[in-house]
Every structure is written in structure tokens, then in C-alpha cells.
Design a protein around this ligand. Structure first.
Ligand code: AMP
Length: 369
């Protein structure tokens, strides 16, 4: 495992006047590059040749430099890493970064300084560690069932891996579970291998809110968390195919249509102001628990997936320990970030701003690993 000392050693050889911000050209890269440029950084995009035109199509967000690779896993090649360190690059991990490069590769073979705490990606990728984190935070989580025989209420059955929410189904008893499982296997949306890794979780009834937070260990103020403060930068919810449009198909089950939860986009939401105390408290709890479980904690952006019940209680079922794609809604700031900063502040820009502050206050070592 690459140690913090090793990364800090590399950082000591960086020219801090010429730091570049880099990431893989996917997920939230446009926002990251745009925000970095707004804060005066040079940017570097690691890109597949066939994707380059997408970034060239948005001149204000396109990276200053490209490193073209045939596969994203090539990022661990020494030549690519050398180029990145020569450009004094700090890498920003996002969802596709973790998925394409692989958590193990990031942990053991990627020696370029990364923004945030590498260990947090481990907690995000491992379901039992994530649950431990949520429980340590003392937030309400959905009940989970180790055996289908114990199902005593409507449950959502989830399968993990690259297919997103395809194959997820709802079951309210063991028998129902077996029927649905059989159907999903027959339709080929899941395999026998997936079945062992299924999560059977209480189906929380309510509406979804996915708050986007930012934890800064170097800024002070409300809301106090860890060594610093947690900020609410925005809220979104996902648009999932086909479940979000099923209301358009009356009696869809009778019509032989199966629901799925494949993410296709995001839409903005704001909360009743009277619910903000709860949402800010959730962010604070998640940070404090992370500092305890994997110091220095979840440095930088993170998001939780919650459902607000009709009793106005938030149930949290997922944490993303890095920038989420829902932040792409707010490249010029959100209905919350505008009360925090006098300039348009996206999450991408907030990351760059934090790195800028880290450099000027000589605190960069607290922000990268
Ligand atoms: P996940 O893969 O855990 O992010 O779940 C994908 C989608 O399934 C979520 O965005 C929700 O729409 C839905 N979902 C997941 N878990 C639950 C739950 N416990 N109760 C209700 N809906 C859920």
C-alpha cells in the first residue's frame, strides 16, 4: 500500500506555483476542469482518443493538456505517472476514476498525489465497511436481511457491479423473492454469481434527496465537523430508468414490464428550510465518524443517498466518498453554495479553491494522500 509519507515526499518535489489539476475525462471532468481554471490552475485530462472530441467541444472546460491512453488502467503505467508528476499534478478522483482504475490499483500502484483520503475509497467500495461507517455516524439506515426467509416487509434487492440498477427488484416475502429472482435470472439481467452478493434491504417509502457536501479540514466555521467544517454545496436526486417514468405505463406489471433503477441523469431539488438542520447534522455525523474510522476522514466532497419519509425522517442507504455526478447540475453554484461564497462555487471549483488555500497556507499535506 502506498503510504502518505511516500506521497508527501513526492509533493515536496512539486513546484507549488505550477500545480496542475488532473482527472480522467469522464463523470464530472468538465466541471472539475472548469472549476480548476476559474481558480487559475492548469488542467490535465487523461483521455481515450475517441472521447477527446467531447472535451474539445466545450472550450471553457477542456483541459490544457491531454494524456491519451488506450485504457484507463494504463494510468498505473510508470510513463503516464511520470508525465503527471512532471506536470506537478494533483489527481481528483471521481466515480469513473475509481471504477476504471480499480480500488486496488489506486491503493498499491498509483503514486501520483491524489486529492482526498485514499482510504475513504475503500470504505465506499466495501458494503460492510460503508454500513459500519453509517452506523458509527448514528444515522438511520434501512434494515438489512441476511436471509430471504426473514423478509417481513417490502424489500429492495440490489446487485452490485457494473450493471447499475438493472435487475434490482422488490419483494415482500421469501416466496416473492424466489419468484422475482427466477425471473431476473431468466431475463439474463443477473447471473448466478450475483445472487450470493445480493443485498436485501428494507424498501424505504418516501422521497429521495441526495445532499452534496464538502468537508474542509482547513476552513473553520459552522457546521463544525472533524478538524474543520462541513458545507452543503447542493442537493440533487437521480433520474433512474425506467422506474422514474413507470407512472406513464398504467398497470405496468400486468403489461409484463419490469422496473429497473439504472441511473441516466440528475435533477436539482431544494429542501424545506425547516429540514436543513437534519441535513446539516447528517453531514456533520458522516464526517465525524469518518475521522474516527479512517483519519483524517472524508476530506473534500462526498454525498449521501437518503429517503425522506412522510414523518420527515431521513433514512440513509449509501455514501459516495468523492465528487458525485449530481454536482454537474451546479457548475455556476447552487441554491446553497450561493450563501457560502460570494462567487459562483461548483464542487469542482470548491476542490480547486481548497487546493489553492492549502498551497497558500502551507497545508497541502492535509488535503492529499
Ligand atoms: P443504489 O445502487 O444503492 O444507489 O440504489 C439505486 C436506486 O435504488 C436508488 O437511487 C433508489 O432509487 C433505489 N433504492 C436503493 N435502496 C433503496 C431503499 N432501501 N429503499 C428505497 N429505494 C432504494
Amino acid at each position: 500500500m502506498i503510504t502518505k509519507d511516500e506521497i508527501h515526499n513526492i509533493l515536496q518535489h512539486y513546484d507549488l506555483e505550477k500545480v496542475s489539476i488532473g482527472t480522467i475525462c469522464s463523470h464530472s471532468a468538465l466541471q472539475i476542469f472548469y472549476g480548476a481554471k476559474q481558480e487559475g490552475f492548469r488542467t490535465v485530462g487523461i483521455c481515450l482518443p475517441e472521447k477527446k472530441f467531447v472535451y474539445d467541444a466545450f472550450p471553457l472546460a477542456k483541459p490544457n493538456e491531454y494524456i491519451l491512453v488506450n485504457r484507463y488502467s494504463d494510468l498505473t503505467d510508470s510513463g503516464v505517472q511520470e508525465k503527471l508528476t512532471r506536470m506537478n499534478t494533483i489527481i481528483i478522483p471521481h466515480g469513473s476514476f475509481v471504477e476504471y482504475v480499480g480500488a486496488d490499483n489506486i491503493k498499491n500502484r498509483f503514486h501520483v498525489p491524489m486529492y482526498g483520503n485514499r482510504t475513504s475509497l475503500e470504505f465506499e467500495g466495501d458494503r460492510s465497511k460503508m454500513r459500519m461507517w453509517l452506523q458509527e455516524a448514528g444515522v438511520k439506515v434501512p434494515k438489512e436481511y441476511s436471509e430471504p426467509a426473514n423478509i417481513d416487509r417490502p424489500c429492495i434487492v440490489k446487485f452490485h457491479g457494473a450493471r447499475g440498477g438493472r435487475g434490482f427488484f422488490i419483494a415482500n416475502s421469501e416466496e416473492h423473492y424466489k419468484q422475482q429472482l427466477e425471473r431476473a435470472l431468466k431475463r439474463g439481467v443477473i447471473t448466478d454469481e450475483d445472487v450470493d452478493k445480493a443485498t436485501i434491504q428494507e424498501l424505504v417509502i418516501g422521497v429521495r434527496y441526495y445532499p452534496q457536501y464538502f468537508y474542509s479540514p482547513i476552513f473553520r466555521g459552522e457546521v463544525k465537523a472533524g478538524e474543520g467544517r462541513v458545507e452543503l454545496l447542493g442537493i440533487d436526486r437521480r433520474v433512474e430508468s425506467n422506474v422514474d417514468d413507470l407512472y406513464r405505463i398504467p398497470r405496468f406489471e400486468e403489461a409484463g414490464v419490469e422496473q429497473s433503477y439504472v441511473i441516466t441523469g440528475n435533477i436539482p431539488v431544494v429542501l424545506r428550510e425547516s429540514l436543513l438542520p437534519k441535513i446539516l447534522d447528517l453531514g456533520r455525523r458522516i464526517v465525524d465518524a469518518s475521522v474516527k474510522l479512517f483519519p483524517p476522514g472524508i476530506v473534500g466532497p462526498f454525498c449521501i443517498e437518503t429517503i425522506c419519509t412522510d414523518e420527515l425522517e431521513f433514512v440513509t442507504f449509501e455514501v459516495s466518498a468523492r465528487i458525485v455526478a449530481g454536482t454537474n447540475l451546479y457548475p455556476e453554484g447552487s441554491p446553497y453554495s450561493c450563501y457560502l461564497y460570494p462567487k459562483p462555487m461548483s464542487t469542482g471549483r470548491r476542490i480547486a479553491y481548497e487546493i489553492r488555500e492549502g498551497i497558500s497556507k502551507n497545508k497541502l499535506q492535509y488535503l492529499v494522500s
